[in-house]
Write a protein that binds this ligand. Structure first.
Ligand SMILES: Nc1ncnc2c1ncn2[C@@H]1O[C@H](COP(=O)(O)OP(=O)(O)OP(=O)(O)O)[C@@H](O)[C@H]1O
Length: 259
């Protein structure tokens, strides 16, 4: 479970270019819930993820993971509890190494520091099983160098590597934004398969309204550093892209009227 309580962050405080990134943001994500975060540019989405991961220190407020207050916890200690997948498919993996070697690297990095190095049969069988969750056939390409994979396969590999240590929370930071629409859909389907199989509590930031409609249990809309709208349950199942875009345009209309 993730809870954010009254999170506030102001950049360049007191200066003419002062920026309120988070303005008393409250958010709660139940264990096993898949929340999709949307919002216009500058709404505070990245700031929220940075506050959760510890990459950004809050001015005030709290972040709790499964009831533990991690607000003051340094990034490297939080990293053991959460996984984050970024936009760039080239960043999460080592290009010149094979799929299996990348999986081993992630293993060594994430949890079992006492693991003896080496790709033994047991470990390879485990990697095959985990890669099969994605439904992309990567389990049959353990010896392929990662640079020979497509962007979508590579991004899906980053995802499965990131969640190897059974994180309490998965953060998806526009992880399909750099991919063409068809590949983005493939990666989303692979994501959902892995998230469901591993029962991960997940928070995904996206600008793709179709993905916000199609995936996840709830849609959380941020605006000016706080949650403006949350749609879940039956309402979420019925929501359309037009409805979501409507919520954006209400705001824009108000801003036009005010100007
Ligand atoms: N490191 C920083 N220094 C100064 N201002 C920042 C910094 N990070 C964020 N901001 C400001 O805080 C506000 C929220 O930014 P943030 O990046 O969190 O929004 P976002 O919703 O992720 O936007 P986008 O969709 O464009 O990625 C913006 O006004 C932004 O300019």
């Amino acid at each position: 479970m993730l809870e954010i309580r009254s999170a506030r962050k102001v950049f360049y405080k007191g200066r003419p270019d002062e920026k309120k990134a988070l303005d008393g943001l409250d958010l709660s994500l139940a264990t096993g819930e898949f929340g999709v975060v949307i919002g216009s540019n500058g709404a505070g989405k990245s700031s929220m993820l940075n506050a959760i991961s510890g990459a950004m220190v809050l001015d005030s407020g709290q972040v709790l993971i499964n009831g533990d207050d991690v607000t003051g916890m340094p990034v490297h200690r939080r990293a053991a509890r959460l996984a984050r997948v970024f936009q760039d498919p080239m960043k999460g993996t080592a290009a010149s190494m094979t799929v299996a070697e990348n999986m081993l690297l992630a293993d060594l990095r994430s949890r079992k520091r006492t693991l003896r190095l080496g790709l033994n049969a047991k470990r390879l069988a485990d990697y095959r099983e985990r890669l099969a969750l994605l439904g992309l056939g990567l389990e049959n390409r353990l010896d392929t160098r990662v640079e020979l994979l497509s962007g979508g396969q590579r991004q899906s590999l980053s995802l499965i590597m990131a969640v190897g240590g059974s994180p309490e929370l998965l953060l998806l930071d526009e992880h399909t934004a750099a991919l063409d629409p068809r590949t983005a859909d493939i990666v989303m389907q692979a994501t959902v398969r892995a998230v469901e199989a591993l029962k991960l509590t997940t928070l995904m930031v996206t600008h793709n309204m179709q993905h916000a409609v199609d995936y996840g249990h709830s849609v959380i809309m941020l605006d000016a550093g706080k949650v403006r709208l949350e749609i879940s349950g039956e309402e979420k199942k019925r929501i359309t892209v037009a409805d979501l875009i409507g919520h954006f345009s209400v705001k824009t209309d108000r801003m036009l009227l005010a100007s």
